[in-house]
Design a protein. Structure first.
Length: 250
């Protein structure tokens, strides 16, 4: 059942991306994206229901699309039509790409262990994908800032950077508490996931500092846009499993 939900949400995000890119049926694209988000949230509910009270780990990639779509709809539906024209396709395209990666590189063989039966474990995972969604949406807005003859909306870039940074920091703190209570160590330095997690925190701390101080505006926008590649190269791969062909969709 959960694979059906995942496949359906991926297909709906694909349609939403295609229609939004065509820019002729934007309302239909938004409706499909909302439907895909509801289906994706249903998938997450099933994963949590089966693992409860333990945490279903390795949801970092598959959990981003529904919250990225919700953040994007909240951000773009109240913006200018020209921002929606490019911003919605980029947002839906990222949702589609992340969902597709999880189908071809699933990490669904993991059995939750006893130490994940903790509220700190649950909070760590939830704040993790909320932070990624915020960073990705900030990157989308930063990409829009490089259109010719358009004034950059620096306020929205800074806003979503701050949201992502707050959630990311909370994910780090709750993860450290969970690690300390479970293993007696706040940080396991030989884990590549932890090193990438902290590197991302320092990267966005520098980017957010540039936006707050309003120094080097071009560099700050370039770094915020480059955050799209950073997340995909540094934070997405640890949540993916080995390649599967043909993918199991049903």
């Amino acid at each position: 059942m959960d694979k059906i939900f995942l496949s359906a949400s991926t297909g709906l995000y694909t349609l939403a991306f295609g229609l939004a890119w065509a820019n002729k049926t934007r309302k239909l694209a938004v409706g499909l994206a909302l439907l895909a988000t509801m289906v994706a949230l249903g998938y997450l509910f099933l994963r949590y229901y089966r693992a409860w009270p333990m945490t279903p780990m390795y949801l970092g990639t598959v959990s981003i699309p529904p919250f990225l779509a919700l953040f994007g709809l909240l951000s773009f539906l109240g913006s200018q039509p020209d921002d929606q024209k490019l911003g919605l396709p980029l947002t839906f395209g990222l949702c589609w790409a992340l969902s597709l990666l999880n189908i071809f590189f699933p990490k669904d063989f993991y059995l939750p262990f006893l130490k994940t039966a903790s509220l700190f474990s649950q909070a760590h995972l939830a704040f993790n994908f909320l932070g990624k969604a915020g960073f990705l949406l900030a990157g989308v807005w930063a990409c829009l800032a490089f259109r010719p003859r358009f004034r950059p909306d620096v306020g929205r870039i800074r806003w979503w950077l701050a949201i992502g940074y707050v959630f990311w920091t909370l994910s780090m703190l709750t993860g450290e508490v969970w690690s300390y209570l479970g293993w007696g160590l706040p940080v396991v330095w030989d884990e590549a996931v932890i090193v990438c997690f902290m590197a991302t925190w320092f990267f966005y701390a520098a980017v957010l500092h540039l936006f707050v101080t309003n120094r080097h505006p071009l560099v700050s926008r370039l770094l915020a846009a480059g955050g799209l590649g950073w997340i995909f190269l540094v934070n997405v791969p640890p949540d993916l499993g080995p390649g599967r062909w043909p993918p199991t969709l049903w």
